[in-house]
Write a protein that binds this ligand. Structure first.
Ligand code: AMP
Ligand code: ZN
Length: 473
């Protein structure tokens, strides 16, 4: 058996690259903080999903598909969501049901967006609302908060429950910030019920007339953001697990506070062994913001670019570096993929050792992509195909499976809407399969009239009919 490469990961906790040693190699566990589903996800939100999907694929490759558990949560409790739900509330059903109806839509949209970018579904995608006070769940939020109060790490005051930061001597180990910075970074609210300005909210009161909430020992209210992840991770992965990840903005206060809650509630000395953080995405050199007019949702980007182009473009930069999202970069990524897809077909089952070694070195994607290019140059197509699948990008055979072939030489298609051509080609293939040759000929002639020449053939591997097309000159 081939030797398993040593996986090394950069750990924010120690600020070093370390050998990865799973707590249980038969069940490697990873938690990635997911989106707050109050609106469509933006292209920056796609970065952690894509990066940690590649890590998920790599872990499955190294430890076996059945031996990796990946949790990516959905935050569906949030004041902006509450406001929106309240605005459309007709009072015909409980406000919490209105929240659910709203977040069902935004969460489904999110799932569709990230699937279009080639990401595997995580093992579990828990929603925070299912873990607030679920009677059968020993680590739901209300019980974790109760444990923190019982153990002297949290206190109730004026309908709130607060985590008392000075009660935890190890607080701040992840972010390593001086206290003054932390106070500024957390934008701490000065409130009369706080014992210390750093204390953060675990539970807060809801006004039953205008805000959703749950009954709790501290009155009707709702959880704070940080406690959601401690509860969901605890329920699905256990009190201590292997990898916890998210964008770099989450180091403080979110991840720092998750550690505080989990360690103090359960009396463990760590929540996760490795903490990983992706750098931020900016657009054409500028911070992305609605006011600057350079804010793009995943859907905006997918209108102009195929999912695999967006994905490759995200993988070209090392995940810990900032990434500059540019049209030029996307154009180059499209060109690269078009080149990749002129590869000859190859059987499955390559063993792309150098490629995996690059990924196993703290996801060195730029290096891994260089190896991929080399495989292509050396016509090692079996290795190439195994490698590209680990990145979640389509192989030539995958594209043929879509029954159409993408256009190749860039630039030829000026003035032609490739999506509508591909739609017609698919329709014609369906007509041929149904032996409706009159319809299939009609579509062929219609395209010919537009200057598009079709060529029918067979996939060399599967024998399925395939149709390629080009613009007649
Ligand atoms: P949010 O819905 O804001 O909690 O973000 C969901 C995930 O996207 C978190 O892991 C964030 O760290 C990450 N994220 C948000 N904005 C960006 C960005 N501009 N670049 C990279 N990651 C981001
Ligand atoms: Zn989280």
């Amino acid at each position: 058996m081939a030797e398993t490469p040593k996986l090394r990961l950069y750990n924010t906790l120690t600020r070093t690259k370390e050998d990865f040693v799973p707590l249980d190699p038969a069940n490697v566990r990873m938690y990635v903080c997911g989106p707050t589903v109050y609106d469509f996800a933006h292209i920056g939100n796609a970065r952690p999903v894509i990066i940690f999907d590649v890590l998920f694929r790599l872990l499955r490759h190294l430890y076996g598909e059945k031996h990796v558990t990946y949790v990516r949560n959905v935050t569906d409790i949030d004041d902006k969501i509450n406001q929106r739900a309240f605005d459309r509330w007709t009072r015909k059903r409980p406000l919490l049901d209105e929240v659910k109806a709203l977040t069902d839509i935004t969460a489904a949209q999110y799932e569709a967006d990230v699937a279009a970018l080639g990401n595997l579904p995580p093992t579990h995608a828990p929603r925070a609302t299912d873990f607030v006070c679920n009677g059968s769940q020993p680590t739901d939020m209300v019980r974790v908060i109760g444990r923190l109060v019982d153990r002297g790490f949290a206190y109730a005051a004026e309908g709130h429950v607060l985590f008392h930061v000075p009660s935890m001597s190890a607080y701040g180990r992840l972010s390593r910030r001086p206290l003054d910075d932390m106070i500024a970074g957390a934008r701490v609210e000065v409130a009369p019920y706080k014992k210390d300005p750093m204390d953060f909210v675990l539970w807060k009161p809801s006004d039953p007339a205008t805000e959703p909430g749950w009954d709790s020992p501290w009155g009707f209210g709702r959880p704070g953001w940080h406690i959601e992840c401690s509860a969901m991770a605890g329920a699905l992965l256990g009190q201590t697990f292997d990898i916890h990840a998210g964008g770099i903005d989450l180091i403080f206060p979110h991840h720092e506070n998750e550690i505080a809650q989990t360690c103090c509630a359960f009396g463990v000395d760590k929540m996760a062994s490795v903490w990983m953080h992706n750098g931020f995405l900016q657009v054409e050199g500028q911070k992305m913001s609605k006011s600057a007019g350079n804010f793009f949702t995943i859907q905006d980007v997918l209108k102009d670019w195929p999912g695999e182009v967006v994905r490759l473009n995200m993988l070209k930069t090392h995940y810990r570096q900032p990434i500059d999202w540019t049209v030029r970069g996307l154009e180059e990524s499209r060109k690269t993929l078009d080149e990749f897809h002129t590869n000859g077909s190859a059987p499955e089952g390559g063993s792309p050792k150098e490629f995996i070694d690059a990924l196993a070195d703290d996801l060195n994607l730029p290096k891994a992509l260089a190896v991929l290019h080399r495989y292509r140059k050396e016509e090692r197509y079996a290795d190439f195909n195994s490698a590209i699948q680990l990145l979640g990008l389509p192989t030539v055979a995958d594209l043929r499976g879509r029954a159409t072939i993408r256009f190749r030489a860039s630039g030829v298609l000026t003035g032609v809407d490739s999506d509508s051509v591909e739609q017609s080609v698919s329709k014609r293939l369906a007509a041929r399969r149904a032996k409706n040759f009159a319809e299939s000929d009609r579509i062929r002639d219609e395209l010919l009239a537009m200057g598009i020449q079709l060529k029918d053939g067979k996939d060399p591997v599967t024998g399925e009919p395939v149709t390629t097309w080009e613009v007649k000159r």
